[in-house]
Design a binder for this molecule. Structure first.
Ligand code: PSV
Ligand code: MN
Length: 410
């Protein structure tokens, strides 16, 4: 009965959506085909239970192994039809490329970005001395080993057919006396040039910035300006990665996105949401309007020919501490798709008019109409049903017995 009600509501709202979009000069079928083309990369680490700095509260249902994480990613793709690739962290996900390839293929997935984890201490020389950084570590032996790890990651990319190298460094200092800022910059550039030289074929490197943590005084790549400058110094294969949680509170992230697009250097995103710091909450769960504003920029850039949306790498980077990690991943995918549909539903002609007439009140009404008044759910669900996918992937995920999920999660 409940399902019947939901189905008739969906049908009615879809009809309203089609009319509404038409009145805004938007073809609903085009929205659905653009939505179907949107691919979102999921991180292997997002399927395990994450923790706070205090504890990880595992209950035994979450995947503990790479087999389990990739199986969960496979289920995520099966349920959403939107997540065909998995970002891997090396060495956390292991370095046995044959095994990784086998697991990915068995789950109908491809290798996504390779993330060079050089922050977890391991065998000497990458031991506790990583506390002084990786590619900017003043100890030559440690720095060289960290660089070698990054070069090994390029080999992993070659073996798995992965295109994107995702670079985030934990390098930074905690006080002005620790390391000269010029020396930090010199070591960084020297290491990055060697890493960049190892890239081949269509490989690219995404440089991720973060204004603090774990370096609280001077993070090696603290902001988008420096990430852009480094990408510019390195060359065409280098682009900037925008992780939504890596900005001071109040930052206008969509303006950074637009600026990077104008500079031809937007590589992709790490989607998440925040309330206070780098909280890594589900994207769009705290501030869905921010996610919409970002997609509004991306859609405008796509329509104007500045950067096709298909050129942007959409990746999720979240810590799933409390909710079921797989369900929260699907929630994130749904929130991203929703933001995209809403941005596609903006009445762009009238908005352009409003800008020309310098009528910000009308301009804001147009954006708000798209954000608040578009029956996005009906569009999302209809698009999914037409592609043979569950209308509501989280409910479907729940409906699968925990036993079955436990088995596939390993
Ligand atoms: C750092 O905070 C970061 O955003 C980088 O992308 C890392 O690869 C990831 O988180 C680690 O979880
Ligand atoms: Mn990130």
């Amino acid at each position: 009965m409940f399902e019947d009600v939901q189905e008739s509501v969906r049908e009615q709202q879809y009809g309203i959506a089609a009319k509404l979009l038409k009145s805004r000069g938007v073809d609903i079928n085009e929205v659905k085909s653009k939505l179907a083309a949107l691919k979102i990369e999921v991180p292997s680490w997002g399927f395990s239970r994450a923790g706070t700095r205090f504890a990880v509260y595992t209950d035994g249902t979450e995947p503990q192994t790479i087999e389990g994480r990739i199986a969960a990613a496979g289920l995520c793709h099966k349920l959403t039809g939107a997540t065909p690739s998995v970002a891997l962290a090396i060495p956390r996900d292991g370095e046995d490329c044959d095994l990784l390839q086998k697991l990915l293929s068995a789950n109908g997935l491809a290798a996504g970005a390779i993330n060079s984890d050089s922050f977890n201490p391991r065998q000497s020389p990458l031991d506790y001395r990583l506390r002084w950084g990786s590619l900017t570590n003043p100890i030559a032996e440690v720095r060289r080993a960290a660089l070698q790890h990054h070069l090994d990651c390029v080999q992993v990319m070659c073996k798995l057919g992965s295109r994107n190298f995702s670079l985030w460094l934990h390098d930074g200092t905690n006080s002005a006396g620790q390391l000269s800022l010029f020396e930090q910059g010199r070591l960084l550039e020297e290491s990055l040039r060697q890493l960049y030289a190892a890239l081949t074929g269509n490989q690219q490197i995404f440089i991720e910035y973060k204004f603090f943590e774990p370096g609280f005084y001077a993070t090696a790549i603290a902001d988008w300006g420096w990430a852009y400058a480094l990408a510019q110094k390195l060359g065409d294969r280098a682009k900037v990665l925008v992780d939504m949680g890596h900005h001071p509170l109040g930052t206008n992230i969509e303006q950074i996105v637009a600026n990077l697009q104008m500079l031809g250097k937007l590589g992709g995103f790490h989607f998440n949401d925040k309330k206070y710091a780098d909280d890594d909450l589900a994207t769009g769960s705290v501030d869905p309007f921010q996610l919409f504003r970002i997609f509004n920029v991306l859609v405008e850039a796509d329509l104007s020919g500045l950067q096709p949306i298909g050129d942007v790498a959409f990746m999720i980077d979240e810590s799933h501490c409390l909710k079921d990690p797989l369900e929260e991943m699907i929630e994130a995918v749904d929130n991203i798709q929703r933001a995209y549909v809403l941005a596609l539903s903006v009445d762009r002609r009238t908005w352009e008019d409003a800008q020309t007439k310098v009528d910000p009140e009308l301009g804001d009404q147009i954006l708000k109409n798209a954000f608040f008044d578009t029956p996005a759910n009906a569009i999302l669900q209809t698009s999914r049903l037409e592609r043979g996918l569950p209308a509501d992937p989280i409910t479907e995920c729940r409906a699968r017995s925990s036993k079955q999920r436990g088995q596939s999660a390993g």
